[in-house]
Write a protein that binds this ligand. Structure first.
Ligand code: ADP
Ligand code: MG
Length: 691
C-alpha cells in the first residue's frame, strides 16, 4: 500500500522521444535499422484530379481554391483543390484534427501535393487526413517507394523516416555482415546491408505494382534475408541455451530398478510399446550428469502418468527427492491417490501438499519434505513456487505444462528447480513449426499409441433445442450403471455468472433425474468439498457430475461413458479435445455430446467441425494453430511477450529449417559471428526465445 502511494506521487514521466521509441522496441540506435516498413506508398507519380477513383490511394497535386473551417456536426478544416488540367475537376481535403499552422499552410493559391485514399463524399471526391506538403511548381517527384513504418502516438512517419535514415548512415557497423560467405552464398541470401537498404529505401526500379506487392507480402529476397536473420537469431539463442544447460551439473540418477520393477509387477496392465520406448528415453537421460529437459507428449489417455511414476521411482532409488506438480488441486489430488495406491507398501514416503490441508497436516507434510524423509512430494505448482524447498531434489515433474502461459513457464524454469532434471508432460502436441522454433531446446518423447481396449469416442453435435433428448440419454446411461459428465458453459467474462449457471444446471438435473445422485464441482468450492465430490464420483456413488471446466485436466474415471458439453461453441479446441478425452477410458462405448446454441458464428462452426471430424490430438492442434495463430497458441497473448516480428511460423517453415541448419554451422565454424548476430537481433531480449 505504502509503495503504491509513493509511486502515485512521483511526477508522470515525460513522454520523450526515447519513451516512444522504446514502445516500438527500439532501445538502441542500431535497432532502427531493423525497424522495417509495414508497407509502401507509391508517390512516384501524380494522378490528375479528373482521373481519380474512390476506394484507392492516390497522389495528387493542385492549387488551393479555398480553405475554411466548417461546422458540420464537428469542427473541421475543408480545403478545396483544383489542378486546372480539366475545368471543374476538384478534390476536397478534409481534416478533423488540425493545427492552425496547417490551416495557414493550406492558404488559397498554395500549391499542394497530397497522398491519401480517395472516397466519395457528399460534395464529390475527397481525402480525409491525407499526408500533404506545400511545393513549388515543378518540384521533382520522389523516384522510389515511400516506406510506411509501424509507429506510435506522437511519432510521425516523417520523423521516423528521418531517424531511420540517420541510423543507416550513423555507423557502418550497424550494417555489418554477420553471415560469412559460406553461410550466405549456398543459400542465395542477399547481403545484410543490401537487404536493409532495399527495404528502407527501395530503388526506383521497385516502384511498380509487382515489386511493391512482393515487398508488401514479404516474399521479396530482401525480406527473405531479414526473416532468415531473425529466425537464425532465435535458433542461435536456443542452441546456446541448450549448450549452457549441457554444461550444468545435475545429479546422476541411474537407479537400481528395485522400486520400478515392483511397480511394473503390480500394475494391472502391461506398458504399451510406446510407453516402454519413452520410459527408456527418460531412463537414459536421468542417468546422465546434465539436467534433463524433456517434454513427454501423449494424447489424452495415452498413459503418461505411469511413465512419470517410473521416472520418479528411478530418482528415488538413486537417493533423491521428486516434486510432482499439477496445475489444479483436483488433478494433484488424483495423482496423489493414484500413486499412493500404486506404490502402497513399497519402501518410500509420499507427501501430499494441498492448499486445503488442515494446518497441522500441512505442517507435517512440509516437515517430511524439508527433512528429506518424504521422497515424493505431490501438489500444485503454486505450492512449490511459494515456499517449499526440497533439499535433495533430483527430478521435477510438471504435468499438463501446456496449460501455462509463456510467463509462467519462464518463472518455473528460473525458480526453485535449479539444476534438477525436469520432465514436462503435455496432452497438447506442439505443432512442428513451434517444436522447431520456440521449443527447440527441449527434448521430446512422444507416446503415439493408445492402451489397448479403448473404444473411440463417438462425437455428436446437438442443438440446444434438443436438450430434453440428451437428459433422457443421461437417464438411460445412469440406469445402466455408467457415469456421466455434464460440463457447464464457459463464461469467460464473469466467474460469478459461471458459478450461477453451474448451480442452476445442477438444480435442473437434480430435479429431472431425481432417481440418481447428481454432484456439482466448481472452482469456488473449498478443496475439501471438491475432493469429497470427486471422490464420490470416482467411487461410483455420484452418477452424474455437473462441473465447470475444472475437470478438464487429467481426471480419470473409466466408468464414465457420456460427456455432455454445454455451449461447446465457446470452448477452445484443445479444451474440447481434453474434455472429450475424459470418456472412452473404459471398455464401454462412449459418447461425447457437444450442445451448441444457434445461431453460431462461422468461426465457431469451423471449430466444432474440426472436433467432430478429428480424434487425433496432433491434427486438432495443427488446425487449432491455423485458426488461432501461434501467438495465442503459445499463450503469449496474456504475457505480452513479443514473438517473431517478421517471420511467420506458418508461411516460413522452410526458412526455419534453413536457419536451424545455419545455426549449427555458425556455432561450429565461427562462434564470433554467431555472437555478433545475436547481439544485433536480441540485445538484452534473449530470455523470450526459449520458453
Ligand atoms: P494421460 O496420458 O492422459 O495422463 P493417464 O496416465 O491418466 O493418461 O492414463 C489413462 C488411463 O489409462 C489410466 O487409467 C491408466 O491407468 C491407464 N493405462 C495407462 N497405461 C496403460 C496400459 N499400458 N494399458 C492399459 N491401461 C493403461
Ligand atoms: Mg494426465
Amino acid at each position: 500500500m505504502a509503495r503504491k502511494k509513493a509511486a502515485a506521487k512521483e511526477p508522470k514521466p515525460a513522454n520523450t522521444l526515447q519513451d516512444k521509441l522504446l514502445r516500438l522496441g527500439i532501445a538502441r540506435e542500431q535497432d532502427l535499422v531493423l525497424h522495417l516498413p509495414l508497407r509502401y506508398e507509391d508517390q512516384t507519380h501524380l494522378c490528375p484530379l479528373s482521373a481519380l477513383k474512390p476506394g484507392q490511394a492516390w497522389q495528387v497535386e493542385g492549387v488551393v481554391a479555398n480553405t475554411e473551417i466548417q461546422y458540420r456536426g464537428r469542427r473541421q478544416l475543408v480545403c478545396l483543390l483544383e489542378d486546372g488540367a480539366t475545368r471543374g475537376a476538384q478534390l476536397v481535403l478534409r481534416f478533423f484534427h488540425f493545427y492552425p499552422s496547417q490551416q495557414k499552410a493550406l492558404a488559397q493559391g498554395k500549391r499542394v501535393r497530397a497522398f491519401g485514399e480517395v472516397r466519395d463524399g457528399h460534395f464529390g471526391l475527397e481525402m480525409v487526413h491525407p499526408s500533404f506538403q506545400v511545393v513549388a511548381p515543378g518540384t521533382p517527384l520522389p523516384d522510389r517507394l515511400t516506406p510506411v513504418y509501424p509507429t506510435t502516438a506522437g511519432l510521425s512517419q516523417d520523423a521516423l523516416r528521418k531517424l531511420v535514415r540517420r541510423a543507416l548512415l550513423a555507423d557502418p557497423a550497424y550494417l555489418g555482415e554477420t553471415l560469412p560467405p559460406w553461410t550466405r552464398e549456398p543459400r542465395r541470401l542477399w547481403g545484410f546491408a543490401e537487404a536493409v537498404h532495399f527495404l528502407h529505401e527501395p530503388p526506383p526500379k521497385a516502384a511498380n505494382a509487382t515489386a511493391q506487392a512482393s515487398l508488401d507480402q514479404r516474399t521479396h529476397p530482401a525480406w527473405t534475408r531479414l526473416k532468415f536473420d531473425e529466425l537464425l537469431a532465435q535458433q542461435l539463442s536456443l542452441k546456446m541455451h541448450r549448450r549452457a544447460r549441457a554444461r550444468r551439473k545435475a545429479p546422476r540418477l541411474p537407479g537400481d530398478g528395485s522400486l520400478s520393477r515392483a511397480l511394473l509387477a503390480r500394475l494391472p496392465f502391461a506398458l504399451t510399446r510406446a510407453q516402454q520406448r519413452v520410459a527408456a528415453e527418460i531412463r537414459r537421460d536421468l542417468a546422465r550428469g546434465e539436467p534433463m529437459q524433456r517434454l513427454l507428449q501423449g494424447d489424452v489417455g495415452s498413459g503418461k502418468t505411469v511413465v512419470a511414476a517410473l521416472a520418479a521411482l528411478q530418482a528415488i532409488e538413486s537417493g533423491y527427492q521428486v516434486a510432482f506438480m499439477a496445475p489444479t488441486e483436483i488433478l494433484a489430488e488424483q495423482h496423489y491417490r493414484k500413486l499412493a495406491a500404486w506404490l502402497d507398501g513399497l519402501p518410500l514416503q509420499i507427501a501430499w501438499l494441498s492448499g486445503g490441508l488442515p494446518a497441522k497436516e500441512r505442517k507435517k507434510s512440509l516437515a517430511a519434505i524439508v527433512s528429506g524423509e518424504a521422497q515424493l512430494a505431490i501438489g500444485t505448482h503454486a505450492l512449490f513456487q511459494e515456499e517449499v524447498v526440497l533439499p535433495k531434489l533430483g527430478l521435477a515433474i510438471v504435468d499438463e505444462q501446456h496449460r501455462f502461459g509463456v510467463a509462467q513457464r519462464l518463472a518455473l524454469r528460473q525458480k526453485g528447480i535449479g539444476d534438477a532434471h525436469q520432465l514436462m508432460m503435455s496432452a497438447t502436441p506442439i505443432p512442428r513449426t513451434l517444436a522447431m522454433s520456440f521449443y527447440a531446446d527441449l527434448d521430446v518423447s512422444v507416446i503415439d499409441e493408445m492402451p489397448p481396449g479403448r473404444t473411440p469416442v463417438a462425437t455428436k453435435l446437438v442443438s440446444q433445442r434438443r436438450r430434453a433428448e440428451i437428459v433422457e440419454r443421461v437417464r438411460r446411461i445412469a440406469a445402466a450403471g455408467q457415469q456421466v459428465y455434464w460440463v457447464c458453459p464457459l463464461i469467460e467474462e464473469s466467474e460469478k455468472l459461471e458459478l450461477q449457471t453451474a448451480v442452476a444446471l445442477h438444480a435442473e438435473l437434480t430435479a429431472a433425474l431425481s432417481e440418481f445422485k447428481v454432484g456439482l464441482l466448481h472452482g469456488r468450492m473449498k478443496p475439501a468439498e471438491k475432493a469429497a465430490t470427486m471422490g464420490g464420483f470416482v467411487r461410483g456413488e455420484v452418477n452424474v457430475l455437473v462441473a465447470t471446466t475444472v475437470i478438464e485436466v487429467g481426471v480419470d474415471v473409466p466408468n464414465a461413458s457420456l460427456m455432455v458439453i454445454e455451449h461447446a461453441e465457446r470452448f477452445g479446441l484443445a479444451q474440447l479435445h481434453q474434455l472429450r478425452g475424459r470418456v472412452g477410458r473404459g471398455a464401454d462405448e462412449s459418447v461425447c455430446v457437444l450442445l451448441f446454441e444457434e445461431p453460431m458464428s462461422l468461426l465457431a462452426k469451423a471449430r466444432l467441425k474440426v472436433i467432430y471430424e478429428n480424434h487425433d490430438g496432433f491434427e486438432i492442434a495443427r488446425q487449432d494453430l491455423s485458426i488461432r495463430g501461434p501467438g495465442e497458441f503459445l499463450g503469449a497473448r496474456q504475457s505480452g511477450v513479443p514473438l517473431l516480428r517478421f517471420a511467420d511460423l506458418e508461411r516460413d517453415v522452410a526458412l526455419i529449417e534453413r536457419a536451424r541448419d545455419a545455426a549449427d554451422e555458425l556455432l561450429r565454424r565461427e562462434p564470433a559471428a554467431a555472437q555478433a548476430h545475436l547481439e544485433r537481433w536480441l540485445g538484452g531480449k534473449q530470455e523470450f526465445f526459449r520458453v
